[in-house]
Design a protein around this ligand. Structure first.
Ligand code: NI
Ligand code: MN
Length: 221
């Protein structure tokens, strides 16, 4: 599986010709190195409707005939703008042709009336990726770590809107993933954070490896 960081909270997974993108905010994203129109996604997963997450999702899905997977209220918004969407909600699991999606809680605004922000645990051709979305630290991350054998956890560290470095270190301890990749930092001065401080603290306290990815870089798992 290839995992590419596209900046801010946007990640792309690719395996066997299937491309899945999390939170495709590329247009107007100061950290983005890729244009939205160059991304050929089959699946677009959207954690919530704030503009730095919903971003280019609707246009990308319409252009590529991709399926948006998100919570019910955000799915309804995307469908009303002409995109194909599949509505799920927190606690629900569903099989797709690449594997399973479990919708996890995220403590954050939805960006759409009556909704909830969420995270995702995606089993992508046998590897489990936890995309936390925008969230605070919460104690049930320990439960998520027990329910799912997480290979890669994508955690926000930028503070102000989400967990900062020290809370994300506690999250990493609870999740027990093999690898953690920090996200949602340094896009703007307000969410400045030092990923090397995060890496040092996680690796000194846990068996989890931290991979710091610059926007545009990818890893193979
Ligand atoms: Ni947000
Ligand atoms: Mn955000």
């Amino acid at each position: 599986m290839k995992l590419r960081f596209l900046g801010h909270a946007c990640f792309l997974l690719e395996e066997k010709g299937t491309v899945l993108v999390f939170d495709p905010y590329l247009t107007n994203n100061p950290a983005a190195t890729e244009k939205a129109e160059n991304i050929r996604a089959n699946y677009v997963l959207v954690s919530h409707a704030h503009s730095d997450h919903l971003g280019d999702a609707v246009e990308m899905a319409k252009r590529n005939n991709s399926l948006i997977i998100t919570t019910a209220e955000v799915a309804r918004k995307c469908a009303s703008e002409g995109a194909q969407s599949h509505a799920m909600h927190i606690g629900g699991k569903r099989a797709f042709d690449f594997g399973m999606v479990r919708i996890t809680p995220a403590f954050h605004g939805a960006g759409v009336e009556g909704g909830h922000a969420c995270g995702f645990i995606v089993d992508f051709f046998g590897q489990k990726v936890y995309f936390a979305g925008d969230t605070s630290l919460f104690g049930d991350m320990e439960l998520l770590g027990r329910l799912e054998d997480i290979d890669i956890a994508l955690l926000p560290i930028g503070d102000n809107y989400t967990m900062g470095v020290d809370d994300a270190v506690l999250a990493a301890k609870m999740l027990k993933a093999k690898t953690v990749i920090p996200m949602h930092y340094n896009t703007w001065p307000l969410i400045a954070a030092d990923p090397n401080e995060f890496k040092k603290k996680v690796e000194q306290d846990t068996d989890t490896a931290v991979a710091i990815l610059a926007p545009g870089r990818e890893l193979t798992f």
